[in-house]
Design a protein around this ligand. Structure first.
Ligand code: SF4
Ligand code: SF4
Length: 512
């Protein structure tokens, strides 16, 4: 009798950015993050100066172009190509680091605020204010928003432990966390068995001048960070030993971390791990949405109504934001003004936002009914809402890349004008005609590719979520159909939006 020996093939290690020549060396360097943050901090200071004291015509002002054209483009392309690169190089972190030295930084973040509701509310207010006060057209208001950011990060992290601002408040961070679910890289352990043998768990506790005591982090540690050293003294409250490298300030314990949620790509865990066991590993984009294991400091996505609401707000916001830029929005506003008998733009926008943000929960209810499910509405809606993240990401990509590709070079004349205003005309006379990066005929095909790729991702995730929810796997396709149709309807709306004449914000082309 022949005996067949079945050998399990070892999975090849995924691509790890830390092993790429030069790039990997740079990222492992202790000061890599600071090196990225300093130029952005300097640019932010120039933005504040020009926003408060420069010309108030947006296309001529650093505060009118840098955040709304170049920065948004880099942010979204970074998410597409790698992951959460903006948080990695975030300029707000430098004053925050100073706050940790100057202020006590010893309070625990209130338990009732340890969900995403606060950040979701801040995001809704921001998107509303963006339209209601035309933030992109006002360098002064843009400068105030940037200043408010610096102050909020300084105060919150100056009084609270860990990275409370990033995790629970920062709207840019939440935007990055949700959209990085579709990114192709994540910070992850290379060899799980090395973690199983690791006794110090420095990736979460931080590294001390001497080896840390053997102690596994308790769930309380991971949630509240109460036993980590306070930011000011940088000493372990139990042993008094000096901290030489932070562990994860967002409470993500590498051994049980899954995916990109709440990860700021700060690299602290990479520097802290004494076994060089954390990498920046490639993966299939959106794959972390296919399964729903319990994630460190996050829990299960299907049980996090607040996270699902955050994801839905971002999906709605991308379509509302794009709708606010096309010509038909004015006809809708006029029609609503007549219907409501008001001329208040704020009120009209409130109605448009109410309808926009209310449409998806309604659709969730309809899809559950169509799927014939008896599960509670909230459970189905919470679990399935994440299926819309890829199509939302596709629309953000289409929208922000449009502004970037049509206006990236506006930074040249604005910088020339800014320096001339300081009495430094070395860059020559401003060349106001500069702007586009690619011919106009390329724009629509590029935008459509992004949007359709997002739609395909949503179909895939909707199917995988439905399959996961059914023990025997049967009926997954019909159950996912309503969500697939909803994603297709959103993408169809997106295509219609992309075909409309658009305001060229931050450029001279077309005004606006
Ligand atoms: S990532 Fe490093 S420090 Fe953290 S558990 Fe694994 S081996 Fe230990
Ligand atoms: S320390 Fe935490 S937030 Fe920073 S890269 Fe590691 S897992 Fe992400």
């Amino acid at each position: 009798m022949r005996v067949m020996v079945v050998t399990r093939r070892k999975r090849p290690m995924p691509v790890d950015l830390l092993t790429v020549p030069l790039l990997g060396r740079f990222l492992r360097w202790r000061h890599a993050r600071t090196t990225l943050q300093v130029p952005l901090l300097l640019l932010s200071l120039l933005l504040l100066d020009d926003g408060f004291f420069g010309p108030q015509l947006a296309p001529e002002n650093l505060a009118g172009v840098l955040p709304w054209v170049q920065w948004r483009g880099f942010l979204i392309l970074g998410l597409l190509i790698v992951g959460n690169l903006f948080c990695m190089s975030c300029p707000f972190m430098l004053p925050r680091r100073l706050a940790k030295k100057l202020l006590p930084a010893n309070r625990t973040w209130p338990r009732m605020l340890r969900l995403k509701w606060l950040a979701t509310g801040v995001l809704v207010i921001f998107f509303y204010a963006y339209e209601a006060f035309s933030l992109w057209a006002s360098p002064l208001l843009t400068a105030w928003v940037a200043l408010a950011y610096f102050v909020a990060a300084f105060v919150i992290d100056g009084f609270f432990q860990g990275a409370a601002f990033c995790k629970y408040v920062c709207p840019i961070g939440q935007f990055n966390f949700v959209n990085s679910l579709a990114s192709p890289f994540e910070i992850k352990v290379r060899q799980p068995d090395v973690c199983a043998r690791c006794t110090t768990k420095d990736c979460i506790h931080g590294r001390y001048a001497e080896a840390a005591p053997i102690r596994r982090p308790s769930p309380i540690d991971l949630q509240t960070r109460t036993q980590v050293p306070d930011g000011k003294s940088q000493r372990d409250p139990g042993t008094g030993r000096r901290l030489i490298q932070n562990g994860c300030e967002l409470g993500l314990f590498q051994e049980r971390k899954v995916g990109n949620l709440d990860c700021t790509f700060c690299l602290d865990c990479i520097h802290a791990c004494p076994h060089d066991n954390v990498g920046i590993l490639a993966r299939v984009p959106t794959s972390e949405l296919w399964d729903d294991p319990r994630r460190s400091s996050v829990g299960r996505l299907g049980e996090r109504t607040d996270l699902a609401a955050l994801a839905l707000v971002l999906v709605c916001a991308t379509f509302l934001n794009a709708f606010g830029m096309v010509a038909p929005v004015y006809a809708v506003e006029q029609w609503l003004a007549g219907l409501l008998g008001t001329t208040s733009e704020a009120l009209i926008l409130l109605v448009i936002f109410g309808v926009g943000f209310g449409a998806l929960p309604l659709a969730a209810w309809a899809s559950r009914t169509l799927a014939g499910s008896r599960e509670p509405f909230l459970a189905v809606a919470t679990r399935s809402s994440y299926a819309l993240v890829p199509v939302g990401f596709g629309m953000w990509l289409a929208h922000y890349s449009f502004h970037f590709l049509t206006g990236a070079l506006t930074i040249v004349p604005v910088a020339q004008s800014f320096l001339a205003g300081l009495g430094l005309p070395g860059l020559g006379a401003p060349r106001w005609g500069l702007g586009p990066l690619v011919p106009a005929s390329w724009l629509l095909p590029i935008e459509l590719v992004f949007l359709e790729a997002g739609l395909f991702g949503s179909w895939l995730v909707a199917y995988r979520i439905s399959r996961r929810a059914r023990a025997d796997g049967t009926g997954a396709l019909p159950a996912s159909l309503p969500w697939a149709l909803l994603a297709a309807a959103l993408a169809g709306f997106g295509v219609w939006l992309l075909l409309q004449p658009t305001e060229m914000r931050g450029t001279f082309i077309g005004g606006g």
